[in-house]
Design a protein around this ligand. Structure first.
Ligand SMILES: NC(=O)C1=CN([C@@H]2O[C@H](COP(=O)(O)OP(=O)(O)OC[C@H]3O[C@@H](n4cnc5c(N)ncnc54)[C@H](OP(=O)(O)O)[C@@H]3O)[C@@H](O)[C@H]2O)C=CC1
Ligand SMILES: O=C1CO[C@H](CO)[C@@H](O)[C@@H]1O
Length: 316
């Protein structure tokens, strides 16, 4: 199985489906990444804050060593955390992720949030880092200069954004010497993000769809809150027509609206199913059915960041 690819504004190609790695239990992610690469995944989405870059890196190294794949065939993404937003912190943070992953370059390095934070000490990488950190006024335009340094030094082939709203993307574009190639945002049938996707496309910025299945395992999830129902009878019935599961219908929908979904799974069968979406096509009417579930509901509302002046979700 292989995903289709899309060309980024710097001419690199990005596989149009990737493996998410947030919230995989230790041990699980190593197995999931190895299995994913074995069956054809070439795009892996990581982040420093997920605390598992080392495990992901070990799996990648082994799949390169056993000749399943070459480094050049892989598209590895990771993200700069909020604690490292000053320009002089960005290159060291990128180098730390590279060292964790055991790589000498990242295909795409993203600013994880426009929000900057500081903390007196980093003990473990977990949610306490978010709760215990304070906000600082580091403008993400300064952070972007540090991201550009990573490209100049050959540490990252491409750079991009995550969780930036329209105005924030515009400000980066106005100042950038190297344009962002990507904005990674939440997109699912519950949150179709039509305006922001159009804005990004109009500015030659690709869109990655995170939490494509509504992130049912997120720690703050409440029953029925923001989770796209895989039992929805309309989605189930569309799936029956093509011999696909509801999750596959949703992922196919996200591909057809031009985004790059990155579902997380550490279950072998679901890892396989999630990439098996490139052999059928939803009709325009079926796409409309999926779009009709939009309620602008977020799986990742990021309430912890609301007090920051750079909080992105107060406007489009
Ligand atoms: N930039 C950002 O701020 C953010 C980025 N992300 C990225 O996006 C990725 C995906 O988002 P995430 O929030 O993890 O949520 P997803 O929407 O990908 O949902 C993952 C959950 O769905 C389950 N699942 C996966 N495939 C299927 C399937 N075919 N059928 C039924 N259930 C399934 C998984 O369980 P199981 O493992 O048991 O299969 C897991 O519990 C993250 O892992 C991360 O890499 C996510 C949030 C924010
Ligand atoms: O990618 C994400 C998931 O994990 C983080 C919390 O640990 C979120 O803040 C973030 O957006």
């Amino acid at each position: 199985m292989a995903a289709a690819s899309i060309e980024l504004n710097n001419k690199l190609t990005c596989p149009q489906l990737g493996l998410g790695t947030w919230q995989s239990a230790p041990g699980d992610i190593y197995n999931a990444v190895k299995h994913a690469i074995s069956i054809g995944y070439r795009h892996i989405d990581c982040a420093w804050i997920y605390g598992n870059e080392k495990e992901v890196g070990r799996a990648i190294k082994e799949k390169i060593e056993d000749k399943t794949v070459t480094r050049e065939e892989l598209f590895i993404v990771t993200k700069l955390w909020n604690l490292f937003h000053s320009r002089n912190q960005v290159v060291p943070a990128c180098k730390e992720s590279l060292s964790n992953l055991g790589l000498d370059y990242i295909d795409l390095y993203l600013v994880h949030w426009p929000v900057a934070q500081t903390i007196s000490e980093i003990k473990t990488i977990d949610l306490s880092l978010i709760k215990d950190a304070n906000f600082v006024d580091v403008d993400y335009v300064e952070t972007w200069e540090g991201m550009e340094d990573c490209v100049r030094l050959g540490l990252a082939k491409s750079i991009g954004l995550s969780n930036f709203n329209t105005k924030q993307v515009r400000r980066v574009l106005d100042h950038a010497k190297i344009k962002p190639v990507m904005n990674q945002i939440e997109v699912s049938p519950n949150l179709t993000q039509k305006k922001l996707i159009k804005f990004c496309k109009d500015n030659d910025i690709a869109v990655t769809a995170y939490s494509p299945l509504g992130s049912p395992a997120r720690p703050w999830a409440k029953p029925g809150d923001g989770v796209v129902s895989l039992d929805n009878p309309q989605i189930v019935s569309i799936g029956e027509k093509y011999g696909k599961t509801s999750a596959q219908v949703i992922l196919r929908f996200l591909v057809q609206i031009g985004t790059i979904p990155i579902p997380k799974s550490s279950n072998k069968e679901r890892v396989e199913k999630n990439i098996d979406i490139f052999d059928f096509e939803l009709t325009p009417e079926e796409v409309k059915v999926l779009e009709s579930f939009n309620c602008d509901g977020r799986a990742v509302p990021a309430d912890d960041f609301k007090a920051s002046k750079y909080f992105p979700f107060n406007e489009d």
